[in-house]
Write a protein that binds this ligand. Structure first.
Ligand SMILES: *[C@@H]1O[C@H](CO)[C@@H](O)[C@H](O)[C@H]1NC(C)=O
Ligand SMILES: *[C@@H]1O[C@H](CO)[C@@H](O)[C@H](O)[C@H]1NC(C)=O
Ligand SMILES: *[C@@H]1O[C@H](CO)[C@@H](O)[C@H](O)[C@H]1NC(C)=O
Ligand SMILES: *[C@@H]1O[C@H](CO)[C@@H](O)[C@H](O)[C@H]1NC(C)=O
Length: 332
């Protein structure tokens, strides 16, 4: 096809140019770019194909941001359309979870069993488990299409440190191997349980989770970091939504960027002896303020069951797991 020849010659020219300029491009990177271009030339799924943005009086939840990112609620997406699209364009989805410290041992089994049942049903999934002690690893029997990969990470003394180091570890693992293994990746806290199908409707370039406690609140009232000395600082009156760090995701490229930038900001704060009010969550909110997510998930995708359901919460797909909650300062 003509555009292929065009792109190929462009590739050759670019690689010549790269050599001439001694740019740190590699041919491999250029080939990957070419693959991206050719993928883009296949008919892509448009929001109007699978997403219903029409509001009605029984469903009060906002369905789109003012930068046109869909906000996914129950009954806003067409599962059949999504399933048939991804059947033709198969993807592998990664799920990264940290289970660090003895008290988190309790959660891992429940998280994994429920993920096996409800997360990306019928899709290929690789679950990456980051542990500080292999002896905590529970036995789980996963179905077909699901692979577990377990990694050991360094022990940290304080839970705040674990939460801060998470971004760095994720970015390193994506760069090291995850980018070659999956197309999309989610990072989730372990003390949660899947309750209903959590599927293809959640895939997007960069995906953020609306926080159960703050999704109806105006941005001036949410707990962003307000100290100007922190990299996570957001001025009062600015910001769009308060996002929950218990769930975020996107393509491997985007999640790499998110975690790398957050890790950088966290390190900078550390050098300046400052710790943002909600740790990595504050930094994630700053990142999504500067680089708005392309898809938002309604609180149904990360609900606190101890809170009374409001009428906009139809089906809870993922819920906080409250056992032993009083021993936990924050979920990881
Ligand atoms: C879209 O959602 C609205 C409100 O829930 C509903 O009335 C309408 O029937 C839906 N449209 C489609 C095509 O599903
Ligand atoms: C979207 O809303 C935010 C505040 O929530 C505002 O700062 C921004 O200017 C709005 N963008 C557009 C395109 O209206
Ligand atoms: C901001 O953080 C710095 C460093 O921790 C601290 O010295 C300063 O008092 C804080 N400012 C406010 C307004 O809290
Ligand atoms: C939930 O609703 C019940 C009954 O209306 C009420 O007694 C309870 O206090 C509510 N719980 C919360 C956390 O709001």
């Amino acid at each position: 096809m003509r555009y292929k020849i065009l792109i190929l010659s462009l590739l050759v020219l670019m690689s010549l140019y790269a050599q001439y300029r001694e740019y740190p491009f590699s041919i491999k990177k250029l080939q990957m770019t070419y693959q991206c271009w050719s993928l883009k030339n296949q008919p892509e799924l448009q929001p109007s194909d699978w997403f219903n943005a029409t509001m009605d009086s029984t469903h009060m939840g906002m369905r789109a941001t003012n930068w046109s990112a869909p906000i996914v609620w129950t009954n806003t997406y067409n599962e059949l359309v999504l399933a048939s699209y991804y059947k033709k364009h198969p993807v592998t989805v990664g799920l990264i979870v940290f289970a660090v410290g003895r008290y988190l041992l309790y959660y891992l089994g429940h998280f994994l069993e429920s993920a096996d049942r409800f997360f990306m049903v019928n899709q290929k999934v690789i679950i990456y488990i980051m542990l500080d002690d292999f002896s905590y690893m529970p036995w789980v029997d996963l179905s077909r299409h699901r692979t577990l990969k377990i990694f050991k990470i360094k022990q940290e003394r304080r839970w705040q440190d674990i939460s801060m180091v998470r971004m760095k570890v994720i970015s390193e693992h994506i760069a090291g191997h995850i980018q070659h293994e999956v197309d999309y990746v989610f990072c989730m806290d372990v003390d949660q349980i899947f309750k209903a199908k959590y599927g293809l409707e959640t895939l997007g370039d960069s995906v953020a989770q609306l926080h159960t406690y703050w999704y109806k609140e105006s941005p001036s009232k949410v707990p962003y970091e307000r100290n100007k000395s922190s990299e996570a600082y957001i001025a009062v009156g600015e910001g769009d939504f308060y996002y929950h760090a218990a769930v975020f995701g996107g393509t491997t490229t985007q999640v790499f960027k998110i975690t790398k930038e957050c890790a950088k900001a966290i390190m900078k704060d550390k050098k300046n002896n400052i710790e943002a009010v909600w740790h990595d969550e504050s930094h994630l909110n700053k990142y999504f303020f500067l680089h708005r997510p392309t898809k938002l998930l309604s609180p149904e995708y990360c609900w606190d069951l101890s809170k009374n359901k409001t009428s906009d919460i139809k089906t809870v797909k993922l819920a906080w797991n409250f056992k032993n909650y009083k021993f936990l300062r924050r979920r990881l």
